[in-house]
Design a protein around this ligand. Structure first.
Ligand SMILES: [Zn+2]
Length: 287
């Protein structure tokens, strides 16, 4: 019986060997593509901003762990990027709609009610040459233009925070939940509390690469010549003060006054929004 089975067994082993080789080749190809993408477009791989090496390590190790344990079709990144019907923090009352990312940038809404699809990753470009801060590639040239114009007026619009990856936002958020749970809260309570200090992953304009925090994260920034310059000129470059100070606006945005957070909406929309003194939500008829 063993002798009869032998050729069949050999054929099976040979077939499996071929399949393994194909799998390794495909997975190897996916790894190379991933690294190429990171080298050209991913700030986590090329900058010295806070959390950079942490991000790089995490992403690389994720790639490596997929190699020995899964088949080729499981390693495509798209399968991990697809949004799920259920929001990951729905258990704590977060049930935003998924925002349409394929609209004109002036209509691209990201807030507590409209979340980016899980894992959303814009194509990026450096906001100011050599700064290590990135924005959506459609936005970055406008920031550079605004930066240069301000510089000519003796004003330096230092980038403080630009694009942040969905994954990094998720890690920060999960860490905050874990810290809260150590104080005795259950996961739901810990998540609700975390959302008061860190935006739920996908609900920050920074995850979309559409916003830049400029110069400072202090409310006193409003009293500086940089803030004056921005209020006066940002709209000419397509940027709006996204979270204004007045109570009506705060009730609409549900975000505190942030004199440093400027969002790109395009020049025409920015001029209209700024001239009317309205929020993006009002401009889009959502409030
Ligand atoms: Zn911001």
């Amino acid at each position: 019986m063993n002798k009869k089975m032998t050729p069949k067994v050999i054929r099976m082993i040979a077939l499996q060997a071929v399949l393994v080789m194909i799998t390794v080749t495909v997975v190897g190809g996916a790894v190379i593509t991933h690294q190429k993408y990171k080298a050209t477009g991913d700030p986590d791989n090329t900058t010295t901003t806070e959390g950079t090496s942490e991000n790089q390590t995490t992403e690389v190790s994720t790639t490596q762990t997929t190699v020995p344990s899964t088949s080729a079709e499981d390693t495509t990144e798209d399968s991990a990027m697809t949004g799920t019907a259920e929001h990951p923090y729905a258990y704590a009352g977060f049930t935003p709609k998924i925002t349409d990312v394929n609209v004109d940038i002036s209509k691209f809404i990201v807030n507590g009610e409209y979340s980016l699809p899980k894992g959303y990753k814009p194509t990026l470009a450096e906001a100011v040459k050599g700064s290590g801060y990135y924005l959506d590639y459609r936005v970055a040239p406008y920031y550079q233009k605004m930066y240069d114009a301000a510089k000519a007026d003796g004003i330096t619009l230092t980038p403080v925070s630009g694009y942040r990856s969905y994954e990094r936002q998720e890690r920060n958020f999960e860490n905050e939940i874990a810290d809260n749970m150590k104080t005795g809260l259950d996961r739901k309570e810990a998540t609700i509390k975390a959302a008061t200090v860190i935006m739920v992953p996908g609900s920050s304009e920074h995850n979309a690469g559409l916003a830049m925090d400029i110069c400072s994260l202090s409310q006193s920034f409003e009293n500086t010549k940089e803030a004056d310059w921005l209020r006066e000129n940002a709209a000419d470059y397509g940027f709006i003060l996204r979270y204004p100070k007045d109570e009506k606006s705060r009730n609409i945005t549900k975000v505190i006054y942030e004199p440093w957070h400027y969002r790109f909406v395009g020049v025409d929309a920015a001029k209209e929004i700024t001239a009317k003194g309205i929020t993006l939500e009002e401009y889009l008829g959502l409030a």
